[in-house]
Every structure is written in C-alpha cells, then in structure tokens.
Design a protein around this ligand. Structure first.
Ligand SMILES: N[C@@H](CCC(=O)N[C@@H](CS)C(=O)NCC(=O)O)C(=O)O
Length: 207
C-alpha cells in the first residue's frame, strides 16, 4: 500500500496545505502537488467537491483513498508511512498532548493568526482586531509552555509542531508581531532546523 502514488491538492499560500507539505518533506515522501486555484473558486467546482464536499484544501489522495482536513491527513501519513511515524510519540499521554495541539490548530490558531492573515493578504471581511486578540492569547500560552521545553510535546518534534508551525511563523503577514515571544521564535528556528524542512512562500501584500 505504501508504494501507491501520493497526490496533494493544494494552494501555495495556504498554511493548512503547507503543514501537510512540511510532513511530506520531513518524512521524505515522494508526492505530486496539484495546484487548486482558490482565487478563481476552483475549490467550489463539482470536480473538486467530489474530493472534499466542504470545498477546502488540502486534500490528499493515496491510491484510491481520498482524505481532507489537514490534521487528519497528518495523522494518516504518520500511521501509514514509517518515516512519518517518527513524528507521533509512542506514549498515550504524549499522544493526547499532541491531539491537544491539533484542537488548538483548528481553534485559536485559525481564529487568530490565520484569520488576521486572511484579512491583510486576501482582503477577507473578518474582524482583524478580534483575530489579533485571539492570537495574542494563544501566543502567551505557547510562550509560557515553550519556556520549559524545546518542542510543543517534549524534547523532539511531533505532528503538533508541524500543525502549529506555519500560521505561527506567518503571523507577521497578518500584522501580528512575534517580537514579544522569544521562546516561540526559538521554537520556530528549531522547526526550521529539522532535516528537509521546507518553508511556505511569503505572500505579496495588498497595500
Ligand atoms: N479545517 C481545514 C481548514 C482548511 C482551510 O481553511 N482551507 C482554506 C485554505 S487555508 C481553503 O481551502 N479556503 C477556500 C475557501 O474558503 O473557499 C483543514 O484543517 O484542512
């Protein structure tokens, strides 16, 4: 099964897509990326909706299996490919702590830095001040937790770091400074130092 082709349907400026591309790269998994033109609305056309009825990227195809939702894709890759399984801790408590960060990635990481970036880069009509407040609350907790350990769950990188990395690193694109958070910045550098790390493209500003 692991020899079947991997295809990622993605948009190059999407942090949700980048977290999957990051794991594919860190784990050295060959794959094809099929661009989905979000500004043109390709994600709402029938051909794409047949892969993900929610009309969102990323979507992963592995042979005849299709799965959407970035954190589910991370989990699937880690449970399917030995080189990706290194990013899932063995111990039940550590796995629970990893899942905790998946929830944070779908909650305040999206409502905060991701939404602020949608406003600033893509002109989306969300409340920027609220997104900044959510991001600051999140980053205060991350800063405190990362003051005591190198990665979000213990001393080595897990899927939690991969899920949380991109929208944290790109928060300045939403006009959220990372200056007040030295432990977060040191953690970002540790993630960027992992073998085969790949960055997400920086988006041009609209103003
Ligand atoms: N919970 C989803 C969120 C995915 C998501 O929001 N994708 C955005 C790009 S970052 C998208 O496809 N937006 C298209 C749209 O809103 O029409 C996940 O984790 O995969």
């Amino acid at each position: 099964m692991t020899h079947q082709a991997l295809t990622l349907y993605a948009f190059s400026l999407s942090g949700h897509c980048h977290r999957v591309q990051l794991l594919l790269s860190l784990a050295g998994l060959p794959h094809e990326v099929v661009p989905v033109d979000l500004p043109a609305g390709a994600q709402k056309r029938p051909e794409f909706l047949s892969k993900n009825p929610f009309g969102l990227v990323p979507v992963l195809r592995h042979g005849d299996f299709v799965v959407s939702e970035s954190n589910a894709i991370l989990q699937y890759l880690a449970e399917t490919f030995p080189s990706a399984s290194a990013y899932v801790p063995n111990e039940a408590r550590s796995r629970a702590l990893m899942q905790r960060w998946f929830s944070v990635a779908s909650g305040p990481l999206h409502a905060g830095p991701s939404v602020a970036r949608l406003v600033r880069l893509f002109g989306r009509n969300y409340d920027h001040a609220r997104a900044v407040a959510v991001a600051q609350g999140l980053f205060q907790v991350m800063e405190q937790e990362l003051s005591g350990r190198d990665f979000l769950v213990g001393s080595s990188a897990t899927l939690a770091d991969i899920a949380m990395y991109t929208y944290t690193a790109h928060a300045p694109e939403g006009d959220i400074s990372l200056e007040p958070y030295p432990h977060i910045r040191a953690w970002l550098e540790r993630v960027e130092g992992l073998p085969r790390f790949v960055p997400m493209a920086r988006a041009p500003r609209r103003d």
